[in-house]
Ligand binder design. Structure first.
Ligand SMILES: *[C@@H]1O[C@H](CO)[C@@H](O)[C@H](O)[C@H]1NC(C)=O
Ligand SMILES: *[C@@H]1O[C@H](CO)[C@@H](O)[C@H](O)[C@H]1NC(C)=O
Length: 224
């Protein structure tokens, strides 16, 4: 790059940073279970961020076991990011929406439709209610755009110390969440999401305590 071009580029960066900080937005921060609405304290967002809502629904054997709705500040890259995770008996679906004015209420996002068409990806699957790692011989065939194999592990510190792990199929948008540290109200936890495009099953025993595990993982997916 020429010196001129690089000078202009850095000027552009400074200008856009100034513009962003000149328009620091305030957004409501809240979280609610079994709801598609919440209200809470207004906070001033970091420069350039917007108001984001996340809606997450978990079903086990076709029945709703958890529904979480949250509002927070977030980068625009978090707007409109539908995604899902599947395990043999359950499904977690989420989507996000944004709005761009003071303390605005982002619309409740709709969730991706089920798609049962096999996509050729096979992933190992397991659930551990008491460890941040799991591996079994069990596999599942992925469907729709859930074409990544995911290992989601969480370490909750507060209110209770709890480790959980889940493997299954996921969309790329879930993989993009990566590692999240969540401290909100009484909740303090770290969640790691790692993905690969194929997985090789290995042996390990499995002790499922299904809904409990899914519910705590959920809390984090919807807070992110
Ligand atoms: C996700 O939410 C956005 C914003 O509300 C919406 O435009 C989009 O259609 C939703 N995607 C799905 C798959 O429902
Ligand atoms: C969350 O828990 C970890 C581990 O106990 C601790 O180091 C961290 O300070 C806690 N964070 C908050 C915000 O309480």
């Amino acid at each position: 790059m020429s010196p001129m071009a690089s000078a202009m580029l850095s000027l552009l960066c400074v200008l856009s940073a100034l513009t962003a900080s000149g328009h620091a937005l305030s957004c409501k921060v809240c979280m609610a279970s079994f709801s598609t609405w919440c209200d809470g304290a207004s906070v001033v967002c970091p420069a350039g961020q917007v108001c984001v809502s996340a809606y997450t629904l978990t079903t086990v054997d076709g029945s709703k076991v958890s529904e979480e709705f949250s509002r927070a500040c977030g980068p625009t890259s978090q707007c409109n990011t539908p995604g899902s995770v599947a395990i043999p008996r359950g499904k977690i679906k989420r989507n996000t929406s944004c709005c761009f004015t003071e303390n605005c209420f982002p619309p409740t996002p709709s969730l991706p439709e089920d798609n049962s068409e096999l996509n050729g990806v096979t992933c190992s699957t397991c659930i551990s209610p008491d460890s941040d790692w799991c591996h079994t011989e069990e596999t599942m065939r992925c469907t729709g755009n859930e074409n990544m194999c995911v290992l989601e592990s969480s370490h909750q510190y507060e209110p209770l110390e709890q480790l959980t792990a889940i493997r299954g199929c996921a969309t790329q948008s879930i993989c993009d969440i990566g590692t999240q540290e969540v401290a909100y109200g009484f909740l303090n936890m770290t969640m790691k999401i790692k993905c690969s495009s194929a997985s090789s099953p290995l042996y390990s025993p499995l002790l499922p305590s299904f809904t409990l595990t899914v519910a705590s993982i959920l809390a984090v997916l919807s807070l992110w």
